[in-house]
Ligand binder design. Structure first.
Ligand code: UFG
Length: 329
């Protein structure tokens, strides 16, 4: 059985459905602070908080878990600046509890949800795994520190791990069984779709004076189902005995500006929406684009979704199902 912490969240729930589709037994542990239990399909569900060691211990005693996929974390860059303590407690403290409980239960493999935020402002593009890691916010610092905890846990206790550094996750399950549902929502694509549905008044574009071709920030948007697939490949590698302590970038290898995303949203939905230029958001690098060559080679990771319109189509299908007026506020 596989334990997925944070399995009711955006990326976690896509992985849970992917594992269930493969016929795997899945146990989801989530405190439901941001996740949604109904998005976890037929997985076994335990409502618990990774900050509480006794709860994790109890759950790992109850179920025959042989591998962990660890998503549970606080993940808002802005929040991490205003309340770093919560990020240390949840992300670092919570992961310490997971590792302690894994050691007690004799579990020796873990796939960890890391982030492009470990790199901070990139010095060279595309960003590969060897790039300097200088996070610019506490969120990125916690992810980087956990990666080094995992390195030490391999050396000291033989826990094998794969850390996956996502760039910008986007899109939704092609069958619209799950997708993005954050409250508050901070991510570009769902906010633009909210503007299309009239759930927000307008999309604010944060900054149009960046040194990019149209002045807006450029990001590497990668489909969430492709991310889920990379986790499954990492897990299968660990199950075959590959990897001691590895990290991989996961991106699409292509950058899109905020305005390019806006125009893709307009073309996919066939609707315009109000847009306003606003000041830069503190901490946003101008350009972030990944090299995922290592994952392509060593995980044999192949992306299904390369086209931006296709990525947004899946998000749009989910967004309408979940949020169209009359369904949910
Ligand atoms: N943006 C807007 N308006 C909005 C929301 C976003 O213009 O209302 C812009 C941002 O300034 C940025 C781009 O759209 O240029 C993408 O922003 P997101 O908030 O969607 O994503 P981020 O690039 O900020 O964040 C992602 C992950 C984080 C991770 C970070 C690493 O969501 O978890 O990449 O840099 F930490």
């Amino acid at each position: 059985m596989l334990l997925v912490t944070g399995g009711a969240g955006y990326i976690g729930s896509h992985l849970v459905l992917g594992l269930l589709d493969q016929g795997r037994e899945v146990l989801v542990l989530d405190n439901l602070s941001r996740g949604h239990r109904e998005l976890t399909g037929k997985a076994v569900f335990e409502e618990a908080d990774i900050r509480d060691l006794s709860q994790i211990r109890r759950i790992l005693k109850k179920y025959p878990v042989d591998g962990v996929l660890h998503f549970a974390a606080l993940s808002l860059v802005g929040d991490s600046m205003s309340d770093p303590q919560s990020y240390y407690r949840n992300n670092i403290g919570g992961t310490m509890n997971i590792i302690t409980s894994m050691l007690e239960a004799g579990i020796d493999r873990i796939v960890f949800s890391s982030s492009a935020a470990v790199y901070g402002e990139p010095r060279a593009l595309p960003v590969n795994e060897e790039a300097p890691k200088v996070p610019t916010n506490p969120y990125g610092e916690t992810k980087l520190f956990i990666e080094s905890m995992l390195g030490r846990s391999f050396d000291a206790y033989g826990i094998r791990s794969v850390s996956l550094r996502y760039f910008n996750a986007a899109g939704a399950d092609p069958l619209a069984r799950t997708g993005e549902d954050h409250s508050p929502e901070t991510h570009l694509v769902p906010i633009a779709l909210d503007a299309v549905l009239g759930r927000v008044e307008e999309l604010k574009v944060f900054g149009n004076d960046y040194p990019t071709h149209d002045g807006t920030c450029v990001r590497d948007y990668v489909h969430v189902t492709d991310l889920a697939d990379a986790h499954i490949r990492a897990l299968e590698g660990l199950e075959k005995g590959a990897f001691g302590c590895e990290a991989f970038n996961l991106g699409n290898g292509k950058g899109f500006s905020v305005l390019e995303i806006v125009s893709a949203v307009r073309s996919v939905t066939g609707r315009g929406f109000p847009l306003r230029f606003a000041p830069r958001r503190p901490g946003d690098p101008a350009v972030l684009v990944a090299s995922s060559a290592k994952a392509e080679k060593e995980l044999r990771w192949k992306r299904r979704f390369k086209d931006m319109d296709e990525i947004i189509e899946t998000a749009w299908k989910w967004h309408q199902k979940r949020f169209r007026v009359g369904r949910r506020s």
